[in-house]
Design a protein around this ligand. Structure first.
Ligand SMILES: [Zn+2]
Length: 80
Protein backbone atom coordinates (compact mmCIF):
# COMPACT_ATOMS: atom_id res chain seq x y z
CA UNK A 1 0.00 0.00 0.00
CA UNK A 2 1.34 3.41 -0.90
CA UNK A 3 0.89 6.38 1.34
CA UNK A 4 -0.24 9.71 0.01
CA UNK A 5 -0.44 13.01 1.81
CA UNK A 6 -3.97 14.16 2.58
CA UNK A 7 -4.30 17.32 0.54
CA UNK A 8 -8.02 17.98 0.72
CA UNK A 9 -9.41 20.12 3.51
CA UNK A 10 -11.20 18.40 6.34
CA UNK A 11 -14.81 19.24 7.06
CA UNK A 12 -14.77 21.94 9.76
CA UNK A 13 -16.31 19.70 12.40
CA UNK A 14 -13.63 16.98 12.18
CA UNK A 15 -11.37 17.05 15.26
CA UNK A 16 -9.32 13.92 14.54
CA UNK A 17 -9.11 11.81 11.41
CA UNK A 18 -7.82 8.26 11.07
CA UNK A 19 -7.09 6.75 7.66
CA UNK A 20 -8.26 3.18 7.06
CA UNK A 21 -6.25 0.60 5.19
CA UNK A 22 -8.38 1.09 2.07
CA UNK A 23 -8.47 4.87 2.06
CA UNK A 24 -11.67 5.68 3.93
CA UNK A 25 -11.53 7.78 7.09
CA UNK A 26 -12.74 7.46 10.64
CA UNK A 27 -13.62 10.97 11.80
CA UNK A 28 -13.98 12.18 15.36
CA UNK A 29 -16.68 14.84 15.40
CA UNK A 30 -18.92 16.66 17.87
CA UNK A 31 -22.36 15.04 17.90
CA UNK A 32 -24.32 16.97 20.45
CA UNK A 33 -27.87 16.22 21.44
CA UNK A 34 -30.30 18.19 23.58
CA UNK A 35 -29.56 15.91 26.51
CA UNK A 36 -25.82 15.48 25.83
CA UNK A 37 -24.43 18.77 24.45
CA UNK A 38 -20.82 17.61 24.84
CA UNK A 39 -21.25 14.26 23.11
CA UNK A 40 -18.63 13.30 20.52
CA UNK A 41 -18.51 10.43 18.08
CA UNK A 42 -16.02 8.52 15.99
CA UNK A 43 -17.71 7.70 12.68
CA UNK A 44 -16.33 5.42 9.98
CA UNK A 45 -17.03 6.90 6.54
CA UNK A 46 -16.60 3.46 4.98
CA UNK A 47 -19.03 1.27 6.88
CA UNK A 48 -20.91 3.81 9.06
CA UNK A 49 -19.83 2.10 12.28
CA UNK A 50 -19.64 4.56 15.14
CA UNK A 51 -18.65 4.93 18.75
CA UNK A 52 -19.91 7.73 20.92
CA UNK A 53 -18.82 9.27 24.18
CA UNK A 54 -21.06 11.43 26.32
CA UNK A 55 -18.62 14.16 27.35
CA UNK A 56 -15.81 15.34 25.07
CA UNK A 57 -13.22 13.22 23.30
CA UNK A 58 -12.14 10.35 25.52
CA UNK A 59 -9.08 8.17 25.23
CA UNK A 60 -11.41 5.25 24.47
CA UNK A 61 -13.05 7.18 21.64
CA UNK A 62 -9.72 7.81 19.92
CA UNK A 63 -8.60 4.26 20.70
CA UNK A 64 -11.74 2.89 19.02
CA UNK A 65 -11.15 5.14 15.98
CA UNK A 66 -7.53 3.99 15.73
CA UNK A 67 -8.41 0.31 16.10
CA UNK A 68 -11.31 0.51 13.62
CA UNK A 69 -9.19 2.31 11.04
CA UNK A 70 -6.63 -0.48 11.21
CA UNK A 71 -9.12 -3.23 10.33
CA UNK A 72 -12.04 -1.77 8.35
CA UNK A 73 -12.03 -2.58 4.66
CA UNK A 74 -15.24 -0.81 3.66
CA UNK A 75 -14.88 1.83 0.99
CA UNK A 76 -16.71 5.14 1.18
CA UNK A 77 -19.65 5.51 -1.17
CA UNK A 78 -18.60 7.40 -4.33
CA UNK A 79 -19.71 11.01 -4.27
CA UNK A 80 -20.02 11.46 -8.02
ZN1 LIG B 1 -15.58 0.93 9.09
Amino acid sequence: MSSQPITTAWPYEVLYRFLTIVGATVDVIPQSTAVLPERHAAVCRGCDASYTYAVGVSHDLKKWAQAHSETCRALPRPTA
